[in-house]
Design a protein. Sequence first.
Length: 67
Amino acid sequence: MSGNFKVTLPDASKRMMNATESFEMSKGELEVHFPKEIKILENSPCSAVSIAYPNGNGSIIIEKPKP
């Protein structure tokens, strides 16, 4: 899988539910923090995974690179 993954986070500085911040990260960078989630994306037809924050205030979304 080549290309960067898109990571989307809720923007904590904005007190709005739909305020988000997106950026790209390499597979190597993401594997350090989210090894299970990257393995899921590599081995399944899923195009994205969502990881809920432990406190319930949002989630991180990681999307596969576009082909």
